[in-house]
Design a protein around this ligand. Structure first.
Ligand code: PFF
Length: 447
């Protein structure tokens, strides 16, 4: 159906999709959200959402992408059996990609700054107050964040211009397993700290009385953000998956590796935060203050710190590539723009928005919207609302608009692989997932 490049190998697709999923969402945003939403209560809800909503939605996106062989806007239009209006889900995705890229690049800029500080062994011997102060100063700086954001967006655009298999696959294959290895070493260190028990209890022990509407929506938004769902990134990747590949095992592998990395990040960060006296609700500081302090206590800390922040930057890059690919593919396929031009225009627009987002974090900055900094508003609007609404519309589309026979045909590779779970999966996509997402969205408005 599609004459586009396909991913070179089975491992290539998993690596690229996992590369999209694993990023700042796991190591920076997951601990922030877990910390702000009651720890264990958030964690248990998060796991249930990944299993019952994340996995089915990921399969839906793969099916829609591979069936149509198109970008999200084109895909919904092509599979809607002639009825109009469904392309809007694709447009929502293109919008979400823009907004996410803007604040994502801000955080990636801090990560690049941490790489620079690691190279010169800057963190060595510093106390908590100094690292906290430095981080606040960075938020208040004008040019330094702009420079690192610019570098990050440039690198993303560079890989995108080079094309799909050559660009994405090459980078993600080797590096993600190394990141995983370092996280394991960090876990071991963190678990030997005096605050380990308190940190683990906070992170893992569910207190069901703390599950509120806010916890539910934040867990839903975080799950979709972390798994790269609800905005068509995985529809785009689905359009590159070869017809013979097994979609279920690919989706399973991506969900498991993404969740594992988030859990490991929690096991690293909370014990260390409790040991160093950093509050679990501290937000940005959880990753950018706790981790440098942890490295400084380790044998070989210089080396681990440098490699870790470097790999985190690369993990962020493999995610931002998948974000940028969404508008670029839309512009090239729907509006016939050439790839280089589409990438340049998109990257420049994102850069401008990113500068506004990072400047909004200055103390006393007037750049505020809905009572929060533009940075926080971009995060909230895109992850909590656009992704969840995009995800909801996607499962509704697959369950109620697309032909069931088309789903079954694509899902079973034209009937060549037997999928015992195909019926339950289909019914989860058709009934359970839309219902659950709707209930969670509505629960926000009921006090
Ligand atoms: N999943 C990425 C992360 O966890 O860092 C962020 C992301 C990438 C979100 C792609 C959405 C997306 F489409």
């Amino acid at each position: 159906m599609s004459n586009k490049e396909n991913f070179g190998s089975k491992f290539g697709i998993i690596a690229a999709a996992a590369g999209s999923a694993i990023g700042l969402g796991n190591i920076y945003r997951f601990p922030c959200e877990a910390g702000a939403n009651g720890g264990g209560a958030f964690f248990i809800v998060y796991l249930a959402i990944v299993l019952f909503m994340g996995l089915p939605l990921m399969l839906s996106e793969f099916v829609i992408g591979r069936r149509s062989g198109k970008n999200p806007v084109g895909a919904f239009k092509a599979l809607a059996n002639g009825s109009k209006g469904w392309g809007v889900i694709g447009y929502l995705g293109v919008l979400a990609a823009f907004l996410i890229l803007a604040f994502y690049s801000t955080v990636a800029g801090w990560t690049i700054d941490a790489v620079g500080k690691s190279i010169i062994n800057y963190y060595h011997g510093l106390d908590k107050a100094t690292i906290q102060n430095d981080f606040q100063n960075l938020l208040n700086e004008t040019w330094q964040p702009i420079l690192s954001e610019g570098i990050f967006i440039f690198l993303t655009a560079f890989v995108i211009v080079k094309g799909v298999t050559k660009g994405i696959e090459k980078y993600s294959k080797i590096l993600m397993p190394i990141l995983f290895g370092i996280l394991i070493v960090l876990c071991i260190k963190s678990l030997t700290l005096p605050g380990a028990k308190d940190g683990l209890v906070f992170f893992l022990k569910p207190d069901f009385s703390k599950i509120t509407g806010k916890v539910l929506i934040n867990a839903l938004g975080q799950a979709f953000f972390s798994l790269s769902l609800g905005m068509g990134a995985l529809i785009t990747y689905g359009s590159y998956i070869a017809k013979k590949d097994n979609l279920t095992s690919t989706a399973f592998a991506v969900c498991i590796s993404d969740t594992l990395i988030a859990v490991l990040a929690g096991i690293v960060i909370f014990p260390a935060a409790f040991t160093f006296g950093i509050r679990p609700e501290a937000g940005n500081e959880l990753a950018f203050v706790t981790l440098p302090m942890l490295f400084d206590q380790m044998v070989g800390g210089y080396f681990f710190c440098l490699i870790f922040f470097l790999l985190l930057t690369i993990a962020a890059l493999t995610s931002s590539i998948s974000l940028l690919e969404v508008p670029v593919l839309y512009l090239t396929e729907q509006l016939n723009m050439n790839r280089k031009k589409a990438t340049t225009y998109t990257a420049i627009t994102v850069f401008i928005l990113c500068v506004i987002s990072s400047e909004s974090l200055h103390d006393g900055s007037p750049l505020r919207l809905f009572g929060a900094s533009i940075f926080d508003t971009l995060d909230m609007v895109s992850s909590t609302f656009l992704l969840t609404i995009g995800g909801l519309l996607t499962v509704i589309f697959l369950g109620w608009k697309m032909k069931k026979s088309d789903f079954m045909d694509e899902y079973t590779n034209g009937g060549t692989i037997s999928m015992r779970l195909r019926k339950p999966i289909y019914y989860i996509i058709k009934f359970l997932a839309p219902l659950a997402i709707t209930v969670i969205l509505i629960s926000q408005f009921i006090k």
